[in-house]
Ligand binder design. Structure first.
Ligand code: PHE
Length: 372
């Protein structure tokens, strides 16, 4: 029997309405392409793995979670556009992202104004969660990370340190500041400060003036793309001292580009896939099975943790209604995450240990865990 067109149309509409009611939409903005694509691709993979697991177990509140992901191309301007679209058009109940602090800082005011909870997996700049009470993160912050590396330098006897900052990155500026303050407090000195901008390729002028200041170590609070080039050029200029950095060094191509020029250097981060704990090894196994035997990095683990915290909060709130969901996320206590136990403090930040890794032999070696 042929149904009248209007009847079929109504049926389709009804079916999609029923389907939509069976879903909870969550938005994600990530740098899947561009200068820091490694960040977005990793965090997205961890995020997707968590969605798959939750949905395979029946979803949350009897509904499936639907992830709507948009690529911000590692570009300023994109996060704001994307997050507006996710909220106004897709009607997401929460937003996940970003890794890079500058991009989280761009999107956060929009989420705050719209009262849509945003959880950054990995942005460590202090200002991110200060935007407002709807903005959360599941990682530690840069004042902690900076002091971890300053104390590490001190423990190694490196007192005279040069600092080379990316002035286009909120992360780099904030981490440089935190490191310098902690270094001075511990009796060290900053013998030279120099700067560059995201995307630069030639650092020889800055490195030449740094070399002249005879530092015992150089702190590079940048992202893996520029850091790998800085490492190479430093060695070409005959700079032999260790280079130190933070979580921005984590990235697929750090050693591919830097070769062995970063050997003997150290950086702080959130997670080590070599951690023998059951939680980490279970996660590594699941991740490898899904992603072609790839080993998860920090962003993957933090992306996964951000989803699990959001899902637990939706469950606890019993609703996706904005204010109640916000309160439930804020009440997160001792969540057993892959990156450690996560309790959100009154500033919506996580207090967690940092991991220090060393570079050598074509890979990263676990050095120590530093508790807050
Ligand atoms: N913490 C960095 C930032 O805030 C991003 C980052 C997190 C990079 C984790 C690598 C690993 O910009």
């Amino acid at each position: 029997m042929k149904r009248p067109l209007i009847f079929s149309l109504a049926l389709t509409l009804l079916a999609s309405a029923v389907l939509a009611q069976d879903e909870i939409k969550i938005g994600e903005f990530a740098s899947l392409t561009g200068g820091s694509a490694s960040f977005g691709q990793s965090s997205h993979k961890g995020t997707q793995l968590a969605f798959d697991e939750i949905n395979a177990a029946g979803g949350v509140l009897g509904k499936k979670l639907k992830l709507i992901t948009e690529d911000d191309q590692s570009q300023a301007g994109q996060p704001a556009t994307i997050v507006r679209k996710l909220i106004a058009q897709d009607k997401v109940v929460a937003v996940l992202g970003e890794v890079a602090s500058s991009r989280s800082l761009e999107a956060a005011p929009i989420c705050q104004q719209s009262k849509i909870p945003m959880i950054s997996p990995a942005s460590t700049n202090q200002k991110v969660t200060e935007i407002g009470d709807y903005i959360f993160r599941v990682c530690f912050i840069d004042p902690f990370q900076g002091s971890v590396m300053a104390k590490f330098a001190q423990s190694k006897g490196w007192k005279k340190v040069a600092v080379l900052t990316d002035v286009k990155s909120d992360y780099s500026i904030g981490l440089a500041q935190a490191f310098k303050e902690a270094l001075l407090k511990g009796g060290g000195t900053v013998v030279k400060e120099s700067s560059y901008s995201t995307g630069d390729k030639d650092f020889k002028a800055q490195l030449t003036s740094i070399k002249a200041a005879k530092p015992e170590a150089i702190f590079l609070p940048g992202y893996y793309g520029e850091v790998s080039l800085i490492g190479k050029q430093a060695r070409l200029l005959g700079i032999k001292v260790p280079l130190l950095g933070g979580d921005g060094w984590v990235g697929d191509s750090l050693l591919k580009v830097a070769g062995n020029s970063l050997d003997g250097s150290f950086f702080s981060c959130h997670f080590s896939a070599d951690d023998k704990s059951e939680a980490v090894q279970g996660f590594v196994k699941k991740y490898k099975a899904k992603y072609n035997n790839e080993t998860p990095d920090d962003m993957a683990a933090l992306g996964y943790d951000s989803v699990m915290i959001l899902a637990a909060a939706i469950k606890k709130a019993g609703t996706t209604e904005s204010e109640k969901l916000r309160d439930a996320i804020a009440a997160t206590k001792a969540h057993a995450g892959i990156t450690g136990s996560i309790t959100l403090d009154e500033k919506r930040n996580a207090t967690k240990p940092a991991v220090i890794l060393g570079i050598g032999g074509g890979g990263f070696q676990f050095v120590q865990t530093v508790a807050p």
